[in-house]
Design a protein around this ligand. Structure first.
Ligand code: NAP
Length: 266
């Protein structure tokens, strides 16, 4: 057998071990992540769009409307539609990724199955409502343009990282990089060389961009919640990688210089 073939069969062996381990450790109160994430993201997109086109009662400032007002009704309508488009780009992309890109090995705990859709649907309602109606006046068209560029960089980077994670799982040929417990591959390559969770960094970039477009209080809250959530998630993931790749029994050692979300910093 050539070295390549031996390597390949070791990868397959590791994958089988993971499937067995996943079956055994499956918690009883859990749901299918594809179904829940699909309903969450597709629902978020649909709800935002429905509220956007519905005549909603006006809420008091600063719950509704722009935090910094420029009295520019013409560009305001454009910014409202821009926000609608950006929101749908993000959540439709996530819906497609859930269906066709991610390969989940873990089930979703019950609390997340209930919490995730409620969290996203509530934010969709709140954020769409905050820019709804004729009273919304954008802060500045320049900020909206810069925000759109930042948003699109976040989207492209996030999508690229998700594809990379997918290809780690399906195409990785180096068995020594596969964790037999989780099937995770020790991440490597552009972005992953410096931080454990570049997909989370790009997700935060997306919501910074969205905030710069609309400047509303609910979009600032979305950004704040995202930063807090992803700092916690990234810390957990980084610690898990250090455990999975501990340098023992021919497992690779997780690079000590790698950070969680921001290269050289955190
Ligand atoms: N706005 C927010 O508050 C928020 C919060 C969380 C997530 N999100 C969004 O949702 C996206 C996905 O989040 P997530 O927490 O589900 O990400 P994740 O845990 O990194 O998982 C994404 C997919 O990649 C797989 N994967 C992860 N690391 C891998 C590795 N080293 N080798 C092979 N496969 C790997 C996972 O498989 P397993 O199932 O086997 O781990 C899963 O299928 C984020 O990038 C972000 O865009 C947003």
């Amino acid at each position: 057998m050539t070295t390549d073939r031996v390597e390949h069969s070791r990868v397959e062996e590791a994958r089988l071990l993971v499937e067995k381990a996943t079956d055994k450790s499956m918690p009883s109160l859990s749901c299918d992540p594809v179904l829940i994430n699909f309903l969450t993201y597709a629902g978020t997109s649909a709800l935002f769009t429905a509220v956007f086109f519905t005549d909603m009662p006006h809420l008091p400032y600063p719950i509704q409307d722009c935090l910094l007002n420029s009295q520019d009704p013409k560009s305001s309508t454009r910014v409202q539609y821009l926000a609608l488009a950006l929101w749908n780009i993000h959540f439709l992309r996530r819906t497609i990724e859930v269906l066709f890109v991610h390969i989940y090995k873990r089930r979703m705990p019950l609390v997340e199955c209930i919490g995730a859709p409620l969290y996203y649907w509530f934010l969709a309602l709140f954020i769409s409502w905050s820019i709804n109606g004729d009273s919304y006046q954008t802060f500045s068209l320049i900020s909206a343009i810069i925000g759109t560029v930042v948003f699109l960089v976040g989207e492209a980077g996030n999508a690229w990282c998700h594809l990379k994670l997918r290809f780690f799982r399906t195409k990785e040929q180096d068995a020594s990089l596969v964790s037999p417990d989780t099937g995770h591959i020790m991440p490597h390559g552009v972005f992953f060389n410096h931080i454990s969770c570049p997909h989370y960094t790009f997700e935060i970039t997306t919501w910074i961009g969205f905030f710069l477009v609309v400047w509303t209080m609910p979009s600032a809250l979305l950004l704040l919640f995202t930063v807090i959530t992803l700092i916690i998630y990234a810390d957990k993931k980084h610690t898990a990688y250090i455990d999975e790749f501990d340098g023992e029994y021919s497992r690779p050692l997780y690079p000590v210089s790698r950070r969680r979300l921001i290269p050289f910093v955190f």
